[in-house]
Write a protein that binds this ligand. Structure first.
Ligand code: 5GP
Length: 191
């Protein structure tokens, strides 16, 4: 049986990373969690080879030129990219691969994989004002970066109508969101 890629999409601060960490803690052995590349600096507690490989811009561009990325995107002033080697062999092996990406990456992957191989879960955290509060609580950010994220927020909302599942994660709703997220993953992995 062929596997599939489940993309987790949603505005920054919507809780994609938290829900993925929860899935990893509770059912990590059942899924593949590919490591992406980024040029942004690690946040406190983030290790190289955890969620990301932290690269310089030059290293990233070299790997891009070598055709190593399934997709990549500039987000704020940094690059993010998923590695073919972290995803494609596992789909071929029949595994379910789960990764969060921003909207440009998701659009690229939609053109590369068939509808059978790709499913999207959208995480809906509500209004921009709520998200802004969450983002600033998590990491300091310049005004320009914040503005760029707000613009992206509008773009990311367009995925809500296209996603196979929408998981609501409003303020104070994380416990229910975890249950709904796990349920959505189970359903999509079984399709
Ligand atoms: P953060 O800097 O908060 O970890 O991530 C910023 C944005 O980049 C988030 O929306 C996250 O989902 C997205 N992202 C993480 N990894 C990848 C990737 O491999 N490719 C793309 N296109 N976006 C990614």
């Amino acid at each position: 049986m062929k596997g599939k890629l489940i993309l987790v999409v949603g505005p920054t601060g919507s809780g994609k990373g938290t829900l993925l960490s929860y899935l990893r803690e509770t059912e990590g052995a059942s899924y593949v969690f590919p490591i992406s590349c980024t040029t942004r600096a690690p946040r406190p507690g983030e290790k190289d080879g955890g969620t990301y490989y932290f690269l310089t811009k030059e290293e990233f561009e070299k790997r891009e030129a070598a055709g190593e990325f399934l997709e990549w995107a500039a987000y704020g002033s940094n690059y993010y990219g998923t590695l073919k080697s972290e995803i494609l062999p596992y789909i071929e092996q029949g595994k379910t691969v789960i990764r969060e990406v921003e909207v440009q990456g998701a659009r690229q992957i939609q053109t590369l994989l068939s509808n059978d191989d790709l499913q999207i879960i959208f995480i809906d955290a509500g209004e921009w004002a709520d998200l802004e509060r969450r983002i600033l609580a998590r990491a300091s950010m310049t005004e320009a970066e914040l503005l760029a994220r707000r613009k992206r927020y509008e773009d990311e909302l367009t995925f809500k109508g296209e996603a196979a599942r929408v998981v609501a994660n409003p303020d104070g709703g994380l416990e229910q969101a975890k249950i709904d997220f796990i349920q959505a993953v189970h359903e999509l992995a079984a399709q």
